[in-house]
Design a binder for this molecule. Structure first.
Ligand SMILES: Cc1ncc(COP(=O)(O)O)c(C=O)c1O
Length: 369
């Protein structure tokens, strides 16, 4: 009887929600607590002590709701990136804002475009709002903006594009972005997800913030989960035209960003040393890791982010078997099966000691077979 009642409820939900495969994160913290976690592109650094002190001082305010408008945090973002305060929205991680964008700007009977080999949460959002997912760049890891333009139809109202892209680590340079935006109708919202933008030092790259002025349909999303080392606090933000931001402000949770995250985020943006240190570490150890992985006979491609995508082209191993061998040694990397890349895995640029242990283990595994 109870089951029957439950089924009646399930039959009433959007059919597209039944299609969703729940987002599976990189190996969970519990399993990797005494291991090495290189599966979710997090920072290898801890939040600096001075910022932790500020967070601690605010623990005795937790009986009160946070500032729903995140005023201090928005001011810090606006100062740091030289962007208009009124065109910023903050969220409980950038995935909070990505969901709001789907909710506000898409619906059943519409189409949402995202890369075939892109962040897994975009198709989840599309299915949650009942829109049809249209995949671009199905035949290549390289993001071809012309293919995105080709996929735009009368029904399209949203495009998700991560720059750099996860899991490939590749970028679309500014001139290609602009060319694409000029060809996309102005009523279509184009999300430029810059979760890894701070890592890119390439000359022709734009994080998209400067494009908002000419293209009011562009929404740039950013996160504190990667280079700013605050994945566990959940904090993200977005920048767009006033019209888009005020629409998103109407539907966000009234207190969607907690007090401690607001304090920590605002302080973190002022710590330029932390940013410099993180970029330097990433450059050095990403190229060391890529080199070592190539020496073992795997195939890698240049990544602009804080992770590398690896093709497992060794005869005796599959990506799955390697990931599970490493897991037994408490080293967690990400198998790319759920991204549709069966024989690939992705490794985050962790601490130097962690990467050295990973390479040592991989050498042993590969040699012993
Ligand atoms: C491209 C991309 N966008 C957004 C996110 C989500 O970040 P957040 O922790 O801010 O929700 C991730 C997380 O891995 C990501 O890879």
């Amino acid at each position: 009887m109870k089951n029957k009642k439950v089924n009646i409820v399930l039959n009433k939900i959007k059919l597209s929600i039944n299609k969703i495969a729940k987002y599976e994160p990189g190996e969970s913290e519990n399993e990797s607590i005494d291991g090495i976690k290189l599966s979710s592109n997090e920072s290898p650094f801890l939040i600096p002590q001075t910022i932790k002190k500020k967070m601690q001082l605010n623990l005795n305010k937790l009986n009160l709701y946070p500032d729903g408008d995140c005023l201090i945090l928005k001011k810090a973002i606006s100062d740091r990136y030289k962007i208009n305060f009124n065109q910023i929205i903050c969220g409980n991680g950038s995935d909070d804002i990505l969901s709001l964008i789907g909710l506000a700007f898409s619906k059943e009977s519409c189409e949402i475009i995202c890369n075939k080999y892109g962040f897994l949460y975009y198709p989840i959002i599309a299915n949650a709002v009942g829109a049809k997912v249209v995949f671009s760049n199905k035949n290549s890891l390289i993001v071809d903006e012309n293919d995105i333009v080709k996929k735009v139809s009368k029904k399209t109202n949203l495009v998700f594009l991560a720059n750099p892209n996860n899991p490939t680590g590749l970028i679309v340079e500014k001139k290609r972005l602009v060319r694409m935006l000029k060809k996309i109708p102005p009523h279509v919202i184009v999300v430029i997800d810059g979760a890894y933008a701070e890592y890119v030092k390439e000359k022709g790259f734009s994080d998209g913030l400067e494009l908002v002025k000419s293209f009011p349909n562009v929404v740039v999303t950013r996160t504190f989960s990667k280079i700013y080392a605050m994945a566990g606090l959940r904090l993200g933000w977005a920048y767009s035209s006033k019209e888009v931001i005020s629409t998103l402000e109407k539907i966000r949770g009234p207190f969607n960003v907690n007090t401690i995250a607001q304090i920590a985020g605002a302080a973190m943006l002022k710590d330029e040393n932390f940013l410099r240190k993180s970029i330097k570490h990433n450059e050095k150890w990403k190229s060391w890791l890529t080199n070592e992985i190539n020496l073992l006979g795997f195939e890698t491609q240049h990544s602009f982010a804080n992770f590398i995508l690896v093709k497992c082209n060794l005869k005796k191993f599959t990506a799955e078997s390697l990931v599970s061998c490493l897991k037994k040694r408490k080293i967690f990397i990400r198998h790319m099966q759920s991204y549709g890349l069966k024989n690939y895995f992705r490794i985050s640029v962790g601490k130097s000691s962690e990467l050295k242990k990973l390479i040592l283990s991989l050498k042993e595994i590969v040699k012993n077979e």
